[in-house]
Design a protein around this ligand. Structure first.
Ligand SMILES: CC(=O)SCCNC(=O)CCNC(=O)[C@H](O)C(C)(C)COP(=O)(O)OP(=O)(O)OC[C@H]1O[C@@H](n2cnc3c(N)ncnc32)[C@H](O)[C@@H]1OP(=O)(O)O
Ligand SMILES: N[C@@H](CCO)C(=O)O
Length: 361
């Protein structure tokens, strides 16, 4: 049978969504992609959660993981990926239309948390009639979503893979995000509140973010120059400007501000007694993949916090990229994931087995 291409959809839920921190969305819209066929027993669902600025089509940014013959294979799996609430790629966010006014939400878009994102995903899941997820997988912000979802619905996932994310947002990551928001807010365009305004601030914010997405080693490898560049300009300097400016071609300043705030809300312990308590009932076999040289979520910090997630497995991938290895090292991530999935099929044991190990591949 010929495999159909990934299908893009929009889920429109006419029921208002009350946000955790107050405020309300009159309706909920989620852009999502499906690929493959749902099995009659519903047992082949793979839900992919995207990094901060990616979209709902994982084949575009995780081609090594998602596609025919890959670990996440639409010939075997029913693959779903929804664009995060608050983003600018089709889901309800600052750039979408507020049905109450007929104009863009802009600054009227409520402050959202990861819990709101999961409430939205839960509505989509129920709409699709999915009651179990064979594999949940997410990178960075997507990994944070997956963790919050597991804390909310501990029996939903059979297997989980969290790539480049920690159990909760760290003070260092908040500081990086806040500094980016300061760059945005320093742009008079952004401060004016006009839709789409603030691209200079957004470029500065993205350039700043790159310092945490890459590593000193990555800059040394890719941006070193043979000769002194004082007069001509440094390669690393031109790189910073390029990646900052390029980003403004595909992302909205207010959506970026909104998503970084959502990222900073990541704390499954909020309203629960502790992180350990939040994850105590999780039934999924869970794999964490950390990236060597990750300046945003260092492997050693992830390893330490897994004391609150007994039974999880940790693999650290060799990477000079650092955090952006979540995208750049898709092949290695796919290999580690494939071994994890194979093992789970061979060793059908309850997930309470205690096995926290760290190795490099
Ligand atoms: C909606 C969506 O589009 S979602 C999918 C797209 N989004 C994403 O992939 C998320 C972010 N992406 C990334 O972080 C990166 O693309 C990665 C990690 C996937 C891969 O990165 P790399 O291949 O290592 O790219 P690298 O950082 O070397 O180069 C990025 C850009 O800087 C340019 N560049 C590199 N060095 C310099 C320099 N010294 N001066 C100026 N420009 C430079 C490259 O030519 C490239 O330009 P381009 O984007 O216009 O093609
Ligand atoms: N490069 C990734 C980093 C976030 O983890 C993105 O832009 O989504």
């Amino acid at each position: 049978m010929t495999l159909a291409a990934p299908q893009s959809h929009t889920f429109v839920d006419p029921h208002p969504l009350e946000c955790e921190l107050g405020g309300e969305l009159p309706i909920l819209e989620l852009a999502y992609t499906t690929w493959g066929q749902l099995a009659p027993d519903g047992g082949n669902v793979v839900w992919v959660m995207h990094p901060l600025t990616c979209n709902a089509n994982p084949q575009a940014w995780w081609p090594a993981l998602v596609g025919p013959g890959r670990s996440i294979d639409p010939q075997r799996h029913f693959v779903i990926c929804a664009n995060s609430l608050g983003s600018c790629y089709g889901s309800s966010g600052p750039t979408s239309t507020n049905p109450r006014t007929g104009t863009q939400y802009g600054r009227e878009f409520p402050l959202i948390t990861l819990r709101d994102v999961i409430v939205a995903f839960e509505r989509l899941r129920e709409h699709l009639g999915i009651d179990r997820i064979h594999l949940g997988i997410g990178g960075s912000y997507g990994g944070q979503q997956l963790l919050e979802w597991m804390a909310t619905r501990p029996a939903l996932f059979e297997q989980a893979c969290v790539v480049g994310a920690d159990l909760r947002q760290t003070p260092w990551a908040v500081a990086l995000n806040e500094t980016q928001r300061m760059a945005l807010e320093a742009d008079p365009g952004f401060a004016s509140g006009r839709a789409g305004a603030g691209t200079r601030g957004l470029a500065a914010a993205r350039a700043l973010a790159m310092l945490s997405y890459r590593s000193p080693r990555a800059y040394r490898v890719k941006q070193s120059e043979a000769d002194d560049a004082v007069a001509a300009g440094h390669r690393a300097a031109s790189y910073q400007r390029h990646v900052g400016n390029r980003f403004t071609e595909r992302f909205d300043p207010l959506a970026y501000w909104t998503l970084t705030r959502a990222m900073d809300s990541h704390n499954p312990a909020r309203g629960r007694s502790s992180l350990r308590e939040a994850f105590a009932a999780v039934a999924a076999h869970t794999l964490f993949i950390a990236l060597e040289d990750d300046q945003l979520f260092p492997p050693a910090e992830i390893a330490a916090s897994l004391a609150d997630f007994p039974g999880a497995e940790l693999v650290t991938i060799a990477s000079e990229y650092g955090h952006d290895g979540i995208l750049a090292h898709g092949d290695e991530i796919a290999r580690v994931l494939a071994r994890f999935l194979e093992r789970n099929e061979l060793v059908s044991r309850p997930p309470s087995w205690s096995r926290t190990a760290s190795c490099r591949v």
